[in-house]
Design a protein around this ligand. Structure first.
Ligand SMILES: *Cc1c(COP(=O)(O)O)cnc(C)c1O
Length: 382
């Protein structure tokens, strides 16, 4: 079976993990700050905070930005559920802004209109979670301008987008957002097994996230309410969780960071090949943001005439593990229960009805890719 995504683990990755297993520290040792430094340097951002997942990072980001019951958080429906759940975990109300059918990212026009109406009705969101779907970058410049106008905070959910560039800066640079979150799940571009991170330029947000992911505890003498109590002393100052990454994961992350450019480059080459070879088929292909250099995570296409279910089943029978990204979040039973229904975000629903994700990962060979293209061509003819 050709999977839709797959990690790339080298002997040096394995050696790095084994070395940590033989060391004094399995968690909270030297590998975590080293990984954080490497990620921060890569993104040219002052703070990178490693966590147990991107879900944890999104939750911590919402907490740090003060999201609480009574607040509203907006995101787009074509994402993984975690992009919305982070707000629900803070007791806030979630609402969605439909996607732009071309970019499949949050529609700037619809966002602008919805903000205008929300201001009139005194129900502006506290935070917008901008998802870089498939690794294709949102129009951050416009989102940032709107957020400034309406005094809203921005989280970039960059689970798909590590290694991408926007206006010549790496995703995670946070020029147009308060916090950026990453995922290091094995299907994503860089992996630590499970894992995630947040980056920010803001010292206060960084501190708040660090505290939240470790039980609300701080040991930093600069922030203790009672100083000079002894070296054992720590304070739990807020409520938090254990959302830490461990050193075994960080060791893998450090080793993987050395190959990140290679991973991103291979994905770009494969996407380029798909774009060329699929251009004459009745499909809608991803349309990269012209101000960016995307760090592709998945390759989602839309079928124009064909029956998605038939094509999906046919491809699976040919041992090609195509997938579908995503079921619109507002159609999940949990969100329907909160009042959303079919017809609420029609661009997302239309996209979902025709969406199909083709295999994309660094070790996908050109022969395998040609096989995928050949079978897809056959499926669309029948
Ligand atoms: C994978 C993913 C997440 C969650 O990442 P985890 O590390 O698995 O928690 C969040 N948002 C998006 C868009 C994702 O694809």
């Amino acid at each position: 079976m050709i999977p839709y995504g797959r990690q790339n683990i080298s002997e040096s990755d394995i050696a790095a993990v084994v070395e940590t297993l033989r060391s004094d520290w399995l968690t909270q040792g030297p590998k975590i700050p080293a990984f954080e430094k490497k990620l921060a340097d890569y993104c040219e951002v002052p703070h990178a905070i490693a966590m147990s997942s991107c879900t944890a990072a999104l939750h911590a980001a919402c907490v740090a930005l003060g999201v609480k019951p009574g607040d509203r958080v907006w995101t787009s429906p074509i994402s993984f559920v975690a992009s919305a759940n982070c707000a629900r975990l803070c007791g806030a109300t979630v609402d969605f802004v439909d996607i732009d059918p071309v970019t499949r990212n949050i529609s700037i026009e619809l966002l602008s209109r919805k903000l205008f109406a929300a201001k009139k009705n005194n129900c502006l969101p506290r935070v917008i979670v901008a998802v870089h779907f498939a690794g294709n970058l949102c129009d951050m410049f416009s989102i940032f301008a709107l957020a400034k106008e309406y005094k809203i905070k921005i989280i970039e959910d960059a689970a798909h987008a590590i290694g991408g560039e926007y206006l010549e800066k790496k995703v995670g640079y946070c020029e147009f957002s308060d916090i950026t979150t990453f995922s290091f799940h094995p299907v994503k571009t860089l992996t630590t097994g499970e894992g995630g991170a947040a980056t920010t330029r803001n010292d206060t947000l960084a501190l708040a996230m660090r505290r939240f992911i470790s039980h609300g505890i701080t040991r930093d003498p600069d922030y203790l309410e009672q100083s000079d109590q002894g070296a054992w002393y720590y304070e739990q100052q807020t409520l938090g969780l254990n959302y830490r990454m461990c050193d075994i994961q960080a060791a893998l992350g450090i080793a993987q960071m050395d190959r990140l450019e290679e991973f991103v480059g291979k994905r770009r080459d494969l996407v380029q090949r798909y774009m060329e070879k699929l251009s004459r088929l009745p499909l809608r292909l991803p349309r990269p943001n012209p101000l960016s250099y995307p760090g592709w995570h998945i390759f989602p296409i839309e079928l124009i005439n064909a029956d998605r279910r038939k094509v999906f089943d046919y491809m699976r029978q040919q041992n090609i593990a195509v997938n579908v990204h995503y079921i619109p979040i507002h159609l999940q039973p949990y969100y329907r229960e909160l009042g959303f229904s079919r017809g609420d975000f029609i661009n997302s629903e239309n996209y979902y009805a025709k969406a199909l994700t083709l295999p994309l990962f660094p070790d996908l060979t050109e022969e395998q890719q040609d096989y995928v293209i050949e079978k897809l061509t056959l499926a669309l003819r029948s």
